[in-house]
Design a protein around this ligand. Structure first.
Ligand code: G4P
Length: 288
């Protein structure tokens, strides 16, 4: 299958981000904890150089807890500050506040030496579509956060959300586009639902998902669908056979008695995306 994205949008979004990034001290980048590398665009490393960097491993509630720790260590090793997150919940917000201050310690110190007091840290949220940027901004800013309005001359046309006396957030998140050099990246993005399903071959996508899961999370499908991933001789059952078992067990049968593979494929993807197959991570950092 050939996974595609739209280059026109990409150029425009990048140009906008180049402008916005000049205004800020800190880049808050959301990645999907289930596919932390495939869900980021490394261009941000270049765009955000000389800025403090915070990575939020979002949707951590859907990802494998042990692998969340691995990814946290991986990004920390590269100099990022990292927080695992479920952006729908408020319970990590204090930790994020503290981490923001920590990540901008040098700037705060520099300001202090120059006699500048109470200049808030300005941050911008970035990430690929559907990673949870708006959810995060809403949860983090809450209802109490006031928009500061335009500041002529300094931040023309920009709206800032004042979180507290220390932090201001640019109210429109920056959209990064996934990078498609590698088709496996496209496949992982399609698994988590970051692409329009109507342009995908769902049957093929589900077979790839089954192959990955039986290899890396043996038993996850057995548990959910009461099926057999291995035959009586202990040999792995082919993905198409697994899909057929899912179809039979979930009544995905056409009126003539024929197996409806596509219906089973949709059901499987839906269960995976909503966490009903358990907490699963679809890539691991190399060297870990
Ligand atoms: P975006 O601005 O980056 O495009 O993403 P947005 O906040 O709209 O979030 C996309 C979907 O992801 C939303 O679901 C949101 O509730 C969900 N989401 C965001 N953060 C988390 C998280 O940490 N954990 C989980 N489990 N879900 C999260 P939605 O509105 O229901 O859309 P959809 O699920 O129908 O696509």
């Amino acid at each position: 299958m050939n996974y595609q994205w739209y280059p026109g949008h990409m150029t425009k979004a990048k140009r906008q981000m180049q402008e916005d990034i000049k205004l800020i001290d800190l880049v808050i980048e959301l990645v999907d904890a289930r596919i932390p590398l495939s869900s980021r665009n490394p261009d941000i490393d270049d765009l955000g150089k000389n800025k403090a960097r915070l990575i939020l491993l979002n949707k951590a509630d859907l990802a494998d807890e042990k692998k969340n720790k691995l990814w946290k260590a991986y990004f920390q090793e590269q100099g990022f500050f990292v927080v695992e997150l479920d952006a729908r919940k408020r319970n990590s917000m204090k930790l994020i506040q503290d981490t923001i201050l920590e990540s901008c310690k040098e700037k705060i110190e520099r300001d202090r030496r120059r006699g500048i007091k109470n200049r808030p840290i300005r941050a911008m949220v970035v990430g690929i579509p559907n990673v949870g940027k708006s959810t995060f901004i809403n949860t983090f800013a809450g209802k109490a956060a006031a928009k500061t309005g335009n500041r002529p001359g300094v931040t023309k046309g920009k709206q800032w959300i004042r979180l507290n006396k220390n932090v201001e957030l640019l109210d429109t998140p920056g959209i990064l586009w996934p990078k498609f050099d590698d088709q496996a990246v496209g496949m992982r993005l399609a698994w988590i639902g970051s692409m329009n399903d109507s342009i995908l071959n769902i049957d093929e996508l589900s077979l790839d998902l089954i192959a990955y899961l039986t290899e890396n999370y043996p038993g996850a499908l057995e548990k959910r669908y009461q099926l057999q991933e291995t035959d009586d001789a202990g040999t792995k059952v082919k993905p198409v056979e697994v899909l057929s078992q899912i179809a039979k067990n979930r009544n995905c049968i056409r009126s003539g008695g024929e197996i409806d593979y596509s219906k089973a494929a949709v059901l499987l993807l839906d269960d995976f995306r909503s966490g009903r197959l358990g907490r699963l991570t679809m890539e691991v950092p190399s060297g870990f």
